[in-house]
Design a protein around this ligand. Structure first.
Ligand code: F6P
Length: 335
């Protein structure tokens, strides 16, 4: 067998130093992505500036050199070692000008932004207004970015929510109650749908479909007639009225004892599962190579087993639909 020896990547852009930041809501696996950026860069002989606190740190010039040993023991850690923030200052032209100046002063040839659509808006403006090369890496539990099958953090968030659903099912079944459980996802129902199917839920509410509440009340009543002890209903946070609205309607419409549980930020924390670590590792590497190739203004994503580039604007302008086949399947399996 021939030994595999990794080769150096060409560097037509002549990049010598990149910067990396995490921005917006944290997501499990962001550290694995930072690590991949730092170590790929080190392998290629590039330096990395770690920007702290996302765009709000960048406009204040909060950055320092980080090397391969600085990211040791981080692949398994949730959160982000670079810290993150949602920045109001970055929405002003002055804030962005100041950030661009700090990058130039530090000899940075390109910025890698790990985050969601809000962060990509910020990166896009930096590129458009100041000509700084930028690459986006999809890091959000919501999985709501067009141009990648999955976003970093999504798999872990689903596992965390599912673990909670399993536990709530134990108590719900013991008391013969209806449990209405709200999961995150902002305006998207990806987490809700996966959790509903994997958690054997009776019903799922997602923002992508406006299901009449009356249907669900009937389904819950029928499930009691069929002898089911307790029911699980999953609601994505983006559904109008949220889980509380659905829970109140079910309680009023069925007269059955109903409890509402909002899982909240617990879904953002914890040890990233292997799928998130692997996705983050590949996309962190791809982001460095994109900059070296002279590519800018795109998000690196994974479709099937291929790495693809999608213009940043498309990542938020094109809608990524939920898996409709899975949605149909969910309805059948609660018979
Ligand atoms: O985008 C990630 C996310 O966790 C969403 O699911 C949720 O709507 C939002 O962030 C919560 O934001 P914050 O942490 O600012 O309350």
């Amino acid at each position: 067998m021939t030994e595999f020896i990794p080769t150096r990547h060409p560097n037509p852009a002549g990049i010598q130093r990149v910067a990396v930041m995490t921005s917006g809501g944290d997501a499990p696996g962001m550290n694995a992505a930072i690590r991949a950026v730092v170590r790929t860069s080190a392998f290629e002989g590039l330096e990395v500036m770690g920007v702290r606190r996302g765009f709000s740190g960048l406009h204040r010039g909060e950055m320092k050199l980080i090397g391969p040993r600085d990211v040791a023991n981080t692949i398994q850690r949730g959160g982000t070692i670079l810290l993150t923030a949602r920045s109001a200052t970055w929405r002003t032209p002055e804030g962005r000008a100041s950030g661009a100046q700090h990058l130039r002063d530090n000899g940075v040839g390109g910025l890698i932004v790990i985050g969601g659509d809000g962060s990509f808006h910020g990166a896009h403006l930096l590129e458009q207004e100041h000509g700084i090369p930028v690459i986006g890496v999809p890091g959000t539990i919501d999985n709501d970015l067009y141009g990648t099958d999955h976003t970093i953090g999504y798999f872990t968030a689903v596992e965390t929510a599912l673990d909670a659903v399993d536990k709530l099912r134990d108590t719900g079944a013991s008391h013969e109650r209806i449990f209405v459980i709200e999961v995150m996802g902002r305006h998207a129902g990806h987490i809700a749908l996966d959790v509903a199917v994997a958690g054997g839920a009776e019903e799922v509410f997602i923002p992508e479909d406006d299901k009449p509440i009356g249907d669900v009340i009937q389904i819950v009543k029928d499930s009691v007639k069929k002898g089911k002890t307790g029911s699980i209903v999953i609601v994505a946070e983006g559904v109008p009225g949220g889980a509380q609205g659905v829970g109140d309607a079910i309680q009023a419409g069925t007269g059955l004892e109903t409890r509402v549980s909002i899982l909240g930020h617990i879904q953002r924390g914890g040890t990233p599962v292997s799928s998130d670590r692997i996705l983050a590792s590949r996309l962190g590497e791809a982001a460095v190579y994109a900059l070296m190739d002279g590519v800018s203004g795109v998000m690196v994503g994974r479709r099937g087993s291929n790495i693809i580039h999608t213009p940043l604007i498309e990542t938020w302008e094109k809608r990524k639909d939920v898996n409709r086949d899975l949605y149909r399947c969910a309805k059948k399996l609660s018979v």
